[in-house]
Design a protein around this ligand. Sequence first.
Ligand SMILES: Cc1ncc(COP(=O)(O)O)c(C=O)c1O
Length: 361
Amino acid sequence: MSTEKIKVLIPQLPLADAILPYMRRIDEKRTYSNYGPLATEFRDRLGVLTGATGVTITSNGTTAIEVALRIRARPGARYCLMPSYTFIASAHAVCNAGLTPYLLDVSERTLTLTPELAKAALRDLDEEPAAVLVVSAFGAPPDQAAWRSFEEETGVPVVFDAAAATTSIKSVGKQPLCVSLHATKALGIGEGGAILCSDESLIERATAITGFGFLGAERVSAIRAGNYRISEYAGAVGLAVLDALPERLAELQRLTDGYRARIGSDKQSRFQEGVGESWLTMTLNVIVPPDAVAATAKRLDEAQVEWRRWWGFGCHTHPAFADVPRADLTTTEAISQRVIGLPFHNLLSDADLDRIVRCLP
Ligand SMILES: Cc1ncc(COP(=O)(O)O)c(C=O)c1O
């Protein structure tokens, strides 16, 4: 008897029936884009959910980062400090904002760039960087207080790539948080993104950049911009997603608890700090000891369990970014091998969880 493969991720968005009442509103109104009523209601409800007083919806998470950096980057400076260990979208967004990534290492404990690592880079660089892009690791809430102090101390503007952290965010300050609403995220609408920020003028400028730079006077382009809006159809999906969010988060909690209970304290594998306690994610990783990586991968493959290194081995290993400047990346090189993304979706049974966890050291 052949064993059925356990897939690593099976995204699930609301079914057509849940979206239909919102689609009917589009039919009645005949507004299809340009910050229409559904996209606006979705934006406002996202603000309530995250505690953000200002929200700009964007076409995806990558454009959210690009727009926030375009506003915050210091004019004339070229480098954006960022961790090499992130999804490659972060590096593309930095370049699309007209900056050059300057790749830094991460902490082994948090898998993120820290203010200490960024300050060390500032000492080594002989020029002031334009900004720092701080990446949330797989949906863990970023340490906003520490980065607020960093910016006060150094003057380097901070932008957060909090792509997978939409449902983990508890408060929002003046440093913009950029999130992804891709189908693979806990709050996924297909394609979409958002900038969350308490700085009203940043949000006003960010919204203008999503719509041809129209700021102040109607149809007058005041700043260089583009078209990064979402359609009303995306707004309809977003509203249906928010309606069902409590049940969805309960499901993510149940799965995370299932994994945590099985791994317990007997195994050497560890989860990211706080996952399942203070935050949830669709990309649940275990971090395995260095000498257990190869055997773990082999056991998962033999048990027909699909797994993934969601962020690969760092941006510096991609040909498109082979020539960008970087600091020492020793921890990135080591830890990126050890972070293993486990299957995570609502079709996993108790027996599946048993089969997966049996493969872990
Ligand atoms: C860390 C990180 N940054 C940026 C992005 C880009 O988001 P999007 O796919 O919505 O453009 C992702 C997407 O997975 C991500 O994981």
